[in-house]
Design a protein around this ligand. Sequence first.
Ligand code: ADP
Ligand code: GLC
Length: 477
Amino acid sequence: MTRLLFAASEAVPLVKTGGLADVAGALPAALIALGVDVRVVLPAYRGCLDKLEAPTVIGAMTVRGQSFRIWEGRLAGSPVIHWLVDYAPLYGRDGDPYHDPQHRPWSDNAWRFGCFCEAVARLAAGEGSGGWKPDVVHCHDWQTGLVPAWLKLRMAGPRAVFTIHNLAYGGLFPRAAFESLGLPPGWWSIDGLEFYGQMSFLKAGLVYSDVITTVSPRYADEIRTPAFGCGFEGVLDKLSARVHGILNGIDTDAWNPATDAQLAQTYSSSTLKAGKLANRHALQDELRLPRDEAMTVVGMIGRLTDQKGFDLVVAALPELMKLPVQLAILGAGDKALEAELAIAATRYPGRIGLKLGYDDQLARRIEAGSDLFLMPSRFEPCGLNQMYSQRYGTVPVVHRVGGLADTVVDATPRTLKNGTATGVVFEDADVGGIVYGVSRGVELMHDPIARIGLQHSGMSRDFSWAASARQYLALYR
Ligand code: ADP
Ligand code: GLC
């Protein structure tokens, strides 16, 4: 039986800022179903321990002079065993895993995650783990990038898989951070973790792992080009033989319109019409949008960063508002963008329903209550919301990029006819592309046959984790 240590900086339901948490919450269970023996390891952020059932301390270790404790526990009803690396001065703070309560990155993030990585590598070597040792360590994004590096030093340790969820976050820090973490001086080189004069945690993950994966096949190709490589394209091109694109799945139990307790009314494909209407009305009421049947409701949810293209939507508003659409927007992040969205919402009363903040329950109601779901991302390693939309009978309108292109089938005369179309895929992440995509979406929503066809083929797609988990298992082996 393969023994796997799965290391991440966030996982639902313990802690979530984005899609990584959804992946780290669902993939381990899918691997367990295939017979893999898994431990998921995270920092013990404030409140996480309380979510585990009867946690116990299984070990302790001193990391750079600090006394870390290792807790083991499970979530109620889950087969997954979690390990939490506990050291309150570093991890037990208010705020999210990466930011203080004012959304400023913690000034000691290199130290926080550097120490976490060292702890994970030592756990992987059997220290403080109650004797359990993995065959493979699967690391995710820059926060775990030093784990493969520490493992390489030991030579005979477990193999490392490193998954890139987002290359835009390189885990870049000044040289002083490198020195403070006690890393071998020889690693400060172009073949090590030096990156244009800084230290990159992500580059360490790429260079020192045995296998690299990204979260969609198309992104695996895109990142070898300057347009998407964020400066890592050269390294990735050199390592291309070990780079694999494996599409994310979604947790089809957690995201199921037939059982979702947050919805005004649950529904399935056989009760779609009434279910969608009830949820649309409830969403319009909740966001103070009039129940105007002539309007198409367009949902948007996401982190407010350059990646997601909310700024492009703001720029497109004068044109978009000429179309019969209402926008239902939920987002948090960049403060300037939050302010721009708030101004836009007051400029177009009754047309834009906006909630700034993080709200998992409203996210579900937007997925259920919208007709279209817009994702104009400039880049998107995978993206989950376009898959959630399809499952909820909401038609995605997406930029042809990364995982969006891999998971949405554009409505053309041919795909509409053969029943494979699930959404609208537009070519350019700019005002013209967005206006084209949304107007095409509106047009399809007014064609009853096309609309039902798109909704039903989206709802019947299998986005469950089983197939992707099998691909990961093959790589581990
Ligand atoms: P990313 O990981 O780049 O943020 P994904 O599409 O992979 O993008 O995943 C984002 C996840 O986070 C989705 O589950 C989405 O619903 C959720 N999410 C993003 N922003 C918010 C928010 N403001 N409130 C609630 N959920 C959010
Ligand atoms: C990242 C990406 C997103 C992806 C998620 C989970 O945050 O931005 O596209 O879906 O990770 O892999």
